[in-house]
Write a protein that binds this ligand. Sequence first.
Ligand SMILES: [Zn+2]
Length: 338
Amino acid sequence: MLFSSSYLARPKVELHLHIDCSVSWTALQRLETGLSFEDFRAKFTAPERCASLKQYLDAIAPSCALLQDARALQVVTEELVAELAQDGVIYAELRFAPHTHLAGGLDLDGVMAAVAQGVRAATDQYAIRVGLILCALRDYSAESNIAVIDLAARWRDRGVVGVDIAGDEAGHPLAHNYATFDRAHDLGLDITAHAGEAAGAESVLEALEKLRPKRIGHGVRCLEDDAVVALLKARDIHLEVCPSSNVQVGVFPSLDQHNVDKLSRRGLSLGINTDARTVAPISLSQEYERLESTFGWGPGEFLAHNLEAARHAFQPDAIRAELVESLLTGWKSPRSVS
Ligand SMILES: [Zn+2]
């Protein structure tokens, strides 16, 4: 890894990361796609500030096209987990929408088996723990999304830790999926939900009231409504904040105008995430460097937000306690990164 940062050696937790936005150059080389590095950067990466959502989505399309067979899913996942470990991440939750990987003939369980195999191959080699989150999609039918919830329940003992709802927040209200998430509750699944990114505080409120999640993906626009902020705090809801990704899609015009520092000062539980390591392209250590130079954040802030993320990880108490312990130890004395 050419990038050098003191944060590489610090243990980190990343809870919000999409596999299909994180296809690495190493994975592409292993898959022998024949693409040059220049082609890879041109096709799989979006500009730091996209002129439109379309420009951002254009950068995800080649990854989706690639991730339609078991080997591609396995290799891309394995290389992503390896990259996270090299970035000093000790616990990651990776998410994906299983229905978007069926065009090559895989069925939903085939998709799960390939991703799980990729996780296993990397976690056998690196000191990192990984949980999988399955995404329902706002623009998919309730029937398809219920299939995702049932799939998550079936794979719970094989790496799945929770479910999410993703997709175009502004264009697709949640109403037809309220019952989908009632089912997730009935099955005892942990829930996070994308909200408060492309739409405002009312979208965060809707997700809170109707889906009853433990965490919100992004949620940054909650600051538009004090009552929503109060509710988030009262329910101890954790925000998975992805600063550079928000700037890339235009939620904020620049990082110095991002509200992550304000969210933190308001006492909300939040963690720092990349959302998309290739489409961005950024590592978690780089994200920390940017927050350090923009807001003057240092080890105190980063440890506190990592502890919040660990406390809200979709894991049993004993594992969350282990993560907290590793963070406290590692931020006192940096460990060496393999
Ligand atoms: Zn996301």
